[in-house]
Write a protein that binds this ligand. Structure first.
Ligand SMILES: Cc1cc2nc3c(=O)[nH]c(=O)nc-3n(C[C@H](O)[C@H](O)[C@H](O)COP(=O)(O)OP(=O)(O)OC[C@H]3O[C@@H](n4cnc5c(N)ncnc54)[C@H](O)[C@@H]3O)c2cc1C
Length: 409
């Protein structure tokens, strides 16, 4: 409920995840004279996807050539490495293998190689079975793709650094402030929040798991809807030598926009297995048991959910087992990194929740989606690799905003 005007600015960015922060930064890089507020429902930056992910700087192998994801991931990874260099943020270009386990997976690996080459992924190399051990001694498979430009970083640290830069340039942060709706009148947008109203000439909404609600409330197409997919991780026990030198991924199911449970070395030295991909009943469903009625209603009343369930009920059943059984998780990974089973895992799962857009026809929307309403641009679908792509996605967003008739009108 709005209780009165609390502040106004030329631009208000909703959401202090990595996408909102990168967009705010890009706007100021191009328009230093503008005043800006970043408004965030939580008490600090990076509390949702940005702070709960695998920390991988993707190189751009997977994505359909010509898609926004393909272009912005390749550009974004290079910008992310530069950003980390400029701000002394630790990263490691540790490289990644995508491993085919048997002949049935070779067609999938061929397709990934074709995409990677079309996307101009730097250094991409095909490995025969006997070459895999040169890159990853603990890994086995019948063939692999090696992407030496893939790396690891702590995106929470990247986001905190961006926030500090923004504060230094005079940007005001309003934390613990959830925007409930947007109202446009006379060239000004009023953002109704729990604690008061904000006014802006232009609004950019980068609201992640809640992005569809603000967009639809402001008059955008209700299609697609965000459905939350929980990704659980297990952490391997510490060993004197890590079981992997870099990152090891399976060949993913081409029908799904998820990369399969993989072995990821984090920048803090831990090695994690995951993430799984389970449809949950809360947009902040970090625990499987969390249930929010509004989120349940949004998911079950969406026709796309039922179409998705009809197609993928087998994958769904497998994910439910993974969510409840550490042994299933380990068995899955041990197919390509056998030592994972011997090393064993620490107690408990950690988790992130993906904001995945689902179309009314049951398609999981693969590409990034941006849409506009009067005086606002909404980032409607920014799942992985949007952390990698954030700086390039921000350039794309700001270029589109500048082309809008509502921008500085
Ligand atoms: C399990 C998992 C693994 C992943 N692994 C990788 C990876 O290895 N590499 C990679 O590149 N990407 C990865 N991703 C994807 C990446 O984390 C996201 O694409 C990226 O963080 C999206 O950033 P964002 O700013 O759009 O969203 P978020 O980080 O979710 O931020 C959105 C913010 O908006 C705020 N907000 C929402 N609604 C409102 C409102 N109404 N009012 C005010 N504030 C609001 C939220 O509180 C939140 O802070 C992964 C994601 C997950 C979940």
């Amino acid at each position: 409920m709005t209780t009165g005007l609390s502040a106004s600015a030329d631009v208000v960015v909703v959401g202090a995840g990595i996408v909102g922060l990168a967009v705010a930064r890009e706007i100021l890089r191009r328009h230093r004279d503008l005043t800006m507020i970043v408004v965030e429902a939580e008490s600090d930056v990076a509390r949702h996807q940005t702070g709960h992910n695998s920390g991988v700087i993707h190189s751009g192998v997977y994505y359909s050539p010509g898609s926004l994801k393909a272009r912005l991931c390749v550009e974004g990874s290079s910008l992310m490495y530069d950003y980390c260099d400029e701000h002394a943020i630790a990263y490691e270009r540790c490289g990644k293998l995508i491993v085919a386990l048997d002949d049935d997976e070779m067609a999938g690996l061929d397709e990934l190689e074709r995409r990677g080459r079309a996307n101009l992924v730097p250094g991409l190399r095909r490995l025969r079975a006997d070459e895999i051990a040169d890159v990853e001694p603990g890994c086995r498979g019948v063939a692999a793709l090696h992407s030496p430009n893939t790396g690891i970083v702590d995106y929470h640290r990247v986001a905190s650094t961006m926030a500090r830069e923004l504060r230094d340039q005079g940007v005001t942060f309003h934390f613990d402030t959830r925007v409930r709706s947007l109202e446009r009148s006379g060239g000004i947008t009023t953002l109704h929040t729990d604690t008061g109203a904000l006014r802006a000439s232009y609004v950019v909404s980068c609201a992640g798991l809640w992005s569809d609600r603000l967009a639809v409330g402001a008059g955008a197409d209700p299609d697609p809807r965000i459905v939350p997919f929980r990704g659980a991780y297990l952490t391997l026990n510490k060993t004197s030598h890590p079981v992997v030198r870099g990152l090891v991924y399976p060949v993913p199911d081409p029908a799904l926009p998820f990369l399969g449970v993989h072995v990821t070395r984090l920048i803090n030295g831990d090695v994690v297995l995951g993430p799984s991909a389970l449809l949950v009943f809360a947009r902040d469903g970090y625990r499987v048991s969390t249930l929010r009625w509004r989120d349940v209603v949004d998911t079950v009343t969406w026709p796309g959910t039922w179409r998705l369930a009809r197609h993928f009920w087998r994958a769904g059943a497998r994910e439910i087992m993974m969510a409840t059984s550490r042994r299933r998780f380990l068995d899955d990974v041990a197919r390509y990194v056998p030592a994972a089973r011997e090393v064993g895992v620490r107690e408990g799962f950690s988790a992130g929740v993906r904001a995945q857009a689902l179309a009314a026809d049951g398609t999981l929307v693969d590409d990034f989606v941006l849409s506009e309403t009067a005086g606002a641009l909404h980032v409607r679908n920014a799942p992985s690799p949007a952390a990698t792509s954030s700086l390039a996605l921000a350039r794309e967003v700001v270029t589109r905003i500048e082309a809008s008739s509502d921008w500085r009108s």
